[in-house]
Design a protein around this ligand. Structure first.
Ligand code: CU
Length: 445
């Protein structure tokens, strides 16, 4: 039966069940399972939705989540467990789930989940290690939704002990679960790999603001996952050398004594380390300009009298968004004017608006009366349909002037143009990805 995936697909009319699923989620997901005998049935429930999140320091983020946090819930099982994950799509757009801990094509069972629908996948956790999961509506949507905030960590604790644990005869003093991930301002930057922020567990400099407390000599284990979705990280402790590192977190993949671990998108490590002294140890992705300086820094504060903590979990913080954020990051929507600057075109300019990474770019364009504006679809994945495709259109949803426009669905490199005859503000969306928003401001020349 191993490695065999069972599907139990329940089509749903499930508003009543949603509450039950939410309750089940808080009851079942999360929590350390170490000590359970192997081979148990472990049930988890995830809820997909559109969300606005507080990501710290007066900044909010609008995207998609599992269970309302970015990263989503951390799930842990033991090697050999049977894992059942139910996904309820509590949104108006299609979502799904891809779970790397299964040696099986899980998106066949929990991919492409329509609004209001619930699907379940069951698999056995055959390989120990630290795994990524992410949204999987299918096709182009998989990439867009993963960038949009839908990802998390799934840990399969091994039957075989890690070397240091066996040698010391005890579990680590502290388990630190870290998901490194990028935040993008828009789909153009996503294409170009130009992250706005790079975070540990959902917040810039989260563990600089709240250092992780430890004592000299503590046995610390990191579960480190680089979600990406684009950048390759080099995780390092300033003032330390990693004692034991395990690629993917599998006890069979042991190496010793390195200054860093290299992780492409979705790569992971288990790192066992004895804290060598008192003092701060800065945790950092050593890609300084593209990652560390943008948020991928944390601190372990080591002192003899540090308060005792047993774990640091990887879920994003669950706090409601603040009321007047200084910045509103919305990769698919209009975002903040100070981030998503209006681009002012002049008479005689060629005026192109790209559709790229499920966003319009520039999101706001100012054009003189009489302008012809051309939209061009730079998304390449133009197969499939609905949430799974990179085909887009432009449709007016509100206007203070008389001009209205509605294009055909554009495939890659196809264009649509329209002329603006009167001043006004014209807001538009993509009819099949309605969270994509753009604005044309027509001014008197
Ligand atoms: Cu999704």
């Amino acid at each position: 039966m191993k490695r065999k995936v069972f599907s139990r697909i329940m089509t749903a009319t499930l508003i009543g069940l949603a509450a039950a699923f939410l309750a089940a989620c808080s009851a079942d997901s999360g929590g350390n399972t170490a000590g359970n005998p192997a081979g148990e049935l472990r049930r988890f429930t995830l809820v997909t939705r559109s969300d606005t999140l507080n990501i710290g320091d007066g900044v909010t983020f609008e995207g998609f989540t599992f269970d309302g946090t970015m990263p989503g819930p951390q799930m842990e099982v033991n090697e050999g467990d049977t894992v059942e994950i139910t996904v309820f799509n509590d949104d108006s757009v299609t979502h799904g789930l891809s779970i790397h801990a299964a040696n099986a094509q899980t998106s066949n069972y929990v991919g492409n989940i329509a609004p209001g629908e619930t699907k379940t996948v069951t698999f056995t956790a055959d390989y120990p290690g630290v795994y990524m999961y992410h949204c999987a509506p299918g096709g182009h949507g998989i990439m867009a939704h993963t960038m949009g905030g839908q990802f998390g960590m799934f840990v399969v604790e091994p039957k075989e002990q890690y070397r240091m644990e066996a040698e010391l005869g005890r579990e680590p003093d502290i388990k630190i679960y870290i998901v490194q991930h990028e935040v993008y301002a828009d789909g153009r930057d996503f294409f170009d790999g130009k992250a706005l922020y790079v975070m540990f567990n959902g917040e810039n400099f989260r563990y600089v603001k709240e250092p992780i407390q430890a004592r000299p000599g503590d046995y610390v284990r990191f579960y480190y996952l680089n979600v990406g979705p684009n950048l390759t990280s080099t995780f390092h402790a300033v003032g330390g050398i990693w004692d034991d590192i395990y690629y993917g977190g599998n006890p069979k993949n042991l190496m010793h004594g390195t200054q860093s671990v290299v992780s492409g998108p979705t790569d992971s490590w288990v790192i066992d380390w004895i804290i060598p002294a008192e003092g701060p140890f800065t945790l950092v992705s050593h890609a300084f300009g593209t990652q560390a300086i943008k948020g991928a820094i944390g601190i372990i504060q080591s002192s003899e009298d540090a308060p005792r903590i047993s774990e640091v979990r990887s879920e994003g913080r669950s706090t409601p968004p603040i009321e007047n954020p200084k910045r509103f990051v919305s990769p698919f929507g209009l975002g903040s004017e100070t981030l998503d600057h209006p681009v002012r075109f002049r008479d005689g300019d060629r005026m192109f608006i790209q559709m790229v990474g499920n966003s319009y770019w520039p999101k706001r364009a100012e054009v003189p009366v009489g302008s012809t504006v051309t939209w061009i679809n730079e998304d390449v994945f133009d197969m499939l349909e609905g949430e799974r495709t990179g085909k887009h259109d432009v449709v007016t949803i509100s206007a203070t002037g008389p001009d209205r426009f509605a294009s055909e669905l554009l495939k890659h490199a196809e264009t649509f143009e329209t002329v603006f005859t009167e001043p006004g503000e014209y807001e538009y969306i993509c009819s099949i990805h309605p969270y994509m928003r753009g604005k044309i401001i027509v001014y008197e020349d």
